[in-house]
Design a protein. Structure first.
Length: 555
């Protein structure tokens, strides 16, 4: 039960983005009112899926209800999914916007409660269907658990560090029990009535008396423990995110026994009524069944991509994907996906945007405030660098310096080559600066998502000029071999090609699965839509709705 902790440094979504959202909508309206000239979408381009489908928009919490439903939660996808283990499918159980769930659990009376991490809320759906808000205004609400007699407890993690008791009726405000525990994450009540859970930042398992507000360490020596759960025998199981391991822990002695291993980025676990164990893996977008006797693991449902963000294409025609929980590469001919790095097993911090230029791959983590550079030839990564304000994209210039677009601050920042503390604003006053692109002549272009334009910026003087405007929430773009700018107008759910010299525009394709709606208090950019143009003119784009890469090929 963890989302975007920024390498343990806390998330970086900036509050108060309502102005950006209004501007984004205004840009969309302007396009309609001004009647931008463009030819209509035709059948000239055929859409083809490059990658296979994914079941979730990222996955976190998991629970099994008393009637056997396997429910999994997604924060980014703002939904709760029901997983069918026999068919290997997932369907929406509780949709956006209230379905955002980092953790979820059914109470003794059948009430399902869940934590909306980014919204700072706890919701509860009563057996009769009524929806209640049990907590509000507590960003980072992460984990929760019920007692057998119907008491409900929840914690803040990453955006806070406190344990609360909630009123299941929603009539009374949350009661803070204790704070500063060290990141009390996915927890469960034991047979002794005490609350057991991992201390994320201390790498320990703790036992909490919720009535006295006291805490004691039960076990330690973990890499990054994420969640615990008891089976019907009273045995405690722990998942370790960083190590990719499942342990059984003796609560009396603290001794831990390795049960199973999978790839890192495990997030949560749950037992069904027959003590079958299920775990979630964020990077694999997967629910995995674990045999606690043999250690065998079987994916029930998974996807090739997790939360597909921006994309970039290299000279070989391979597509790099900023997949939030991993950095991946897609081979367009067969859609095969390979992995360059993943969170927790690699030194990478939740990438959402990506660029390939001057022998380097640069990724930006919008939520974690981080930027990182990789060597394109070797794949060797350099240390992520934090402290940026909602970095929407980053790109490496010919002299080795890095330009970063800071969305919420409306600025382009240049980082001196090999000196990440040397940061200089080269342009300010931009309206939602988002994706960056270097042209063949070295000119730098940026899409202004909230301003509805693409601008050219002189990296030496900061002078800028608009090359295309009246766009509806532009995000990813690329420059084709014919010199035209191919742009994802996310507000209009279409891709257009623009001749910046003549101003002529062609609608390449409309009604595209792009523009997944953002929560109220995060940047409208949210999950960036990327665009990449191949040497043969094929256009690739990332779908934040379908969690896939698509190709638009000329007939």
């Amino acid at each position: 039960m963890v989302l975007l902790p920024g390498g343990g440094k806390g998330g970086n979504f900036i509050q108060g983005e309502k102005r950006m959202k209004i501007l984004k909508h205004a840009a969309a309206i302007a396009v309609v009112l001004m009647g931008v000239a463009a030819c209509s979408d035709s059948d000239e381009y055929v859409q083809e899926a490059v990658t296979g489908p994914s079941p979730f928009h990222g996955i976190h919490g998991i629970t099994v209800t008393k009637d056997g439903k396997i429910l999994a939660g997604s924060v980014v996808g703002r939904a709760i999914y029901e997983v069918d283990p026999k068919r290997g499918t997932a369907s929406i159980y509780e949709g956006p916007p209230v379905g955002m769930a980092d953790d979820l659990e059914e109470g003794p009376d059948g009430t399902l409660a869940w934590t909306a991490f980014l919204d700072g809320k706890v919701y509860a759906r009563k057996p009769g269907g009524a929806l209640l808000t049990l907590a509000d205004g507590l960003p980072g609400l992460n984990s929760l658990a019920w007692t057998e007699d119907g008491r409900l407890f929840a914690t803040q993690v990453f955006l806070g560090d406190a344990l609360y008791e909630l009123d299941p009726s929603g009539e009374n405000p949350p009661r803070k029990i204790m704070a500063g525990m060290g990141g009390l994450n996915g927890f469960d009540f034991g047979p002794d009535g005490k609350l057991y859970g991992p201390l994320w930042f201390k790498k320990q398992i703790a036992r909490v008396d919720v009535d006295t507000g006291t805490l004691e360490v039960v076990a330690e020596g973990f890499a990054t423990p994420a969640a615990v759960n008891f089976n019907s025998k009273g045995e405690l199981y722990v998942v370790d995110t960083e190590a990719g391991r499942v342990y059984r822990v003796d609560t009396a002695t603290g001794e831990k026994t390795l049960v199973a291993e999978v790839a890192p980025a495990i997030d949560n676990l749950a037992f069904d009524n027959d003590d079958n164990l299920f775990i979630t893996n964020m990077a694999d977008n997967a629910v995995i069944a674990v045999d606690t006797e043999s250690g065998a693991t079987t994916p029930i449902v998974s996807g090739p991509l997790a939360v597909v963000g921006d994309i970039a294409i290299d000279d070989n025609g391979d597509i790099y994907v900023a997949d939030l929980f991993a950095l991946r590469k897609v081979s367009p001919p067969d859609g095969s996906v390979s992995e360059l790095a993943r969170v927790w097993s690699s030194n990478i911090d939740y990438p959402l945007s990506i660029s390939v230029s001057n022998g380097h791959i640069a990724v930006a983590a919008l939520t974690a405030g981080a930027v990182q550079v990789f060597d394109a030839a070797s794949g060797v990564s350099f240390q992520p660098h934090h402290g940026f304000t909602t970095p929407a994209d980053a790109i490496v210039l010919a002299n080795g310096s890095v330009v970063v677009s800071e969305y919420a601050r409306g600025a382009l920042v240049r980082v001196a080559a090999n000196d990440w503390d040397n940061r200089t604003d080269i342009a300010t006053g931009l309206e939602g600066p988002s994706m960056l692109k270097l042209a063949g002549d070295g000119a730098l272009y940026v899409s202004e998502n909230a301003g509805g334009r693409i601008s050219r910026v002189n990296v030496e003087t900061g002078e800028r000029s608009v090359v295309a405007d009246n766009l509806s929430a532009p995000e990813g773009f690329d420059i084709g071999s014919d010199g035209r700018f191919v742009v994802a107008e996310v507000g209009a759910k279409r891709i257009v090609a623009i001749d910046i010299k003549s101003g002529e525009r062609e609608i390449i394709k409309e009604n595209l699965p792009i523009g997944f709606e953002a929560p109220e208090n995060v940047p409208p950019l949210y999950i960036p839509t990327g665009v990449a143009v191949a040497a043969n003119g094929d256009i690739y784009y990332s779908s934040d709705i379908d969690v896939r890469i698509y190709r638009l090929r000329k007939n």
